[in-house]
Ligand binder design. Sequence first.
Ligand code: IPE
Ligand code: IPE
Ligand code: MG
Ligand code: MG
Ligand code: MG
Length: 325
Amino acid sequence: MVTPRSGAHLDRNGRKGSSATLETMPAPSSAHPSPAASGEAPLDPSLLAEIESALSAFLAESDIPANLRAACLHAVLAGGKRLRPILVLESARAAGGSVSDAMPAAIAIEFVHAFSLVHDDLPALDNDTMRRGKPTCHVAFGEAMAILAGDCLLALAPVAASRSRHHGAEIQRELMSGSVRMIAGQVYDTLKGFPEGLPEARQVELIHHNKTGALLEASCRMGALAANAAPSALDGLTRYGRAIGLMFQIVDDLIDATQTAEHAGKATGKDAEAGKLTYPGIHGIDGSRREVERLRAEAEAGLAPLGASGARLRELVDFLATRTR
Ligand code: IPE
Ligand code: IPE
Ligand code: MG
Ligand code: MG
Ligand code: MG
């Protein structure tokens, strides 16, 4: 189900306004009919409930002031698809591991993700007032607290990951290297600094592989490590994670260009206005959709070494390729 963006949208400051409307995102071809066709994530509700309670329990036991805890809870628990923890847990299961062994890594990566969103929304970066349909952290708690809550979540993440049963040190290394790549991607996105002479199409690929792809790829690798996976499974999950990581940000760009803020739960129509380098900006809507299809095939190829145990991750690709929020 595609919700087309109307002419009216929220601008940089969250005000209603109108802007040139890009063409509506075309309905994806449904060569792979699945729950994703309805726009619903094919996610296991009991797994989602376990993630929510592990996130809350970890924050509840952290020794931090009550006001900082409130800001962290707002950033972490105010909704969200939980894609990164799901990827950790499903990658672990696909590689023969257990949910409980992978849960520390799963919540750790969600803490880094929540940090990245709090700082991404700050006035100095994207200056957004709505996230997941609610006020952004700095709107709710002030800018100083939002900066510090982000810092706190980034610092809590390796503490959570260190509780992993297998390969704790490697999992923490993946987590923090992915975080560094995400921050580098945010710098390319916001402040440039590209290698000299890099063509625009390569610049946007570099931004997206890093600012968003890095944490998704790290999620899959951390899940594999938590499962003590064989090298062929780790390689396959890395290939899968890299493909869906880039795909995820291309679809995010398409959502910004084609959906309403009401539907997306965050301001839309902002990337073009802010002069961001995006896939639709460079390749057009149809060209971006074709790249999503290419990456879907690439992700599925990554799952080949996992055979039937990759089924849930395969379903997730359909959702990621067709989501509208
Ligand atoms: C939003 O990520 C930021 C990007 C990397 C594009 P999500 O779309 O996963 O955000 P939530 O966690 O579901 O709100
Ligand atoms: C953000 O990309 C990626 C992060 C590292 C947070 P965007 O700026 O496009 O994400 P949204 O659209 O605000 O969620
Ligand atoms: Mg941004
Ligand atoms: Mg943003
Ligand atoms: Mg975006």
